[in-house]
Write a protein of this length. Sequence first.
Length: 468
Amino acid sequence: MNEPETTTRAAGPAPDAAHALPCAADTPVLTHALQSAGGLLDGFWLGRLLGVHGIATAASFFPVFFGLLSLIIGLGAGATVLAGQAWGARDAAQVRRVGATAFMAALGVGLAVAVAGAWCAPWLMQALGTPPDILPAAIRYARAMLLVMPFVFVAWAGLSLSRGTGDALSPMWSLLAATLVGAVCTPLLVAGTPLGAAGVAVSALVAQLAALTVLIRRWRRDGHPLAPGAGWQDCRPSAAIAKRMLRIGLPAALQMLAMALAEIVLLGLVNRHGSSATAAYGAATQVLSWVQFPAMSLGIAAAIFSAHAVGAGRRERLPAIVGTGLRLNAVVTTLFVAAAHLLAPFALRVFLEPGHVLEQAVTIVRTVAWGVVLLGWSNVLVGAMRASGAALVPALLSMAAIVAVELPLAVALEARFGLAGVFWACPAAFLAMLVLHGLYYRHKEKEDGLFRQPGVALGAAGSRAPGA
C-alpha cells in the first residue's frame, strides 16, 4: 500500500470519543478476558496434573513475574499514549517512529531481564521464603519463565501500540490465538515431558510467537501504519521519542513495581503459613484476575480516548470521557465482583479439591474482590491524567497508598488475625488510592483547566507530533 493511503489510515478520534467509550471498552474487556483465560488454563492444568504443589510452585513466582512485568507495563503505557496522540494528530509517520522505538526498547529490556533474572532465580526464590518442599521446582519454573521474557515484552509492546491507534480487535484476535495455542501445548508439556511446571514457560513462548504472528498479519491485511513495509525504512528508533516514552511510562512502571513489591511482602506473609496457604493464594489470584480485567480495561480505554483527544487538540472532551468511564466501572466491574463473590466456591474447584485449602481461597477472593470496584474508578482517573501529561504525581500517590496503608496494615492484621487478616489490607489500599487520585484530579482540573501541560499536547489535528 502506498504512503498516502497509509497516512489516511491515521484518521484521528471519532466525532465523539466519550460516546464511543462504552463500545470501545468492550474489546479491551474481551482482550483481558483472553489474557485471564490463558492464566486460568495454566492454573487448571498445574492443579490437575501436579496437584497443590503445582499451583504453589507457580504462585511462588507470581510476585517476581509481576515485578518484571511492571517494566513493560510502563513502556506499554508510554507507547500507548504517544501512539494515541500521534493517531489523533493524523501523523502516520510518527506512529511508526513510536512503534520502532517501543519495539527496540522492549527487546532490549526483555533480554536484560532474561539474562540477569535467570542467573538470579535461585536467590530470588529463596529470598521470597518459598516453602522448602517446592523450592527446587519453583527455581526451575522461575528460570524458564524469565528466559521467555523477551518474547513477552515484545508481544506486549505490539498489543499496546495497536490499542493506542484505536485498533483493539487485533490484540483480541492475537490473544485468542495465544490462548488456543497455550490450551493445547500446556497439558502436553506439563504432563508429557520431564519439564513439569516449567512446561508452562515453553507453552508461553509458543503462545507469544503465535500472538505476534496474528498481530502482524492483521496489520498487513489492514494496511495499518505499524505493519512492516512501506514507510518503516525511514522510521528508526528516536531518542526524543524514547525520552518522552520514559517520562510517561516510568511513573507507571514505578507504580506497578510498588504493587509488585507489595505482592512480594504479602506472599512472604502467606508463605509463613505453609505451601497449602501458598496454593490457596495462587488459586485466588486466578479468580481475582477475572474480577480485575474490566477495571483494568476501562482504565486503558480512558487513556486511549484521552490521548486521541489530546492529539486532535480537543481537550474539552476529557471530562466526558472520564465521566463515562466512571459510570461504566460502577456497573460492569460491580457485576463481575458480585459474580465472583457468589461463584467463588465453584470457580475455585477448577484448581483445588474440596477441603481447607479451597475454603482459604474462597475467603481471599471474597475479601479482596469488592475493593476492585474502587480500583476501577482510580484506573479511569489515572488513565485520563496520564494521557494528558500528568503521570508522575498519580503514580507517587499510588505508591504512597501501598507503602503507607497496605503494607503496614497487612503486617499488623496478619499478626492479629492470621492469614485472613493479610488480605484486608488490599481493599484499604484501593480506597486510599481512589481518595488520593480523586483529590488530585479535582486539583488539576481546577488549576490547569483540562490538564494543560506544556510540551505534551500535539495541537490541532494534522500537526506534527513532538519529536517527529
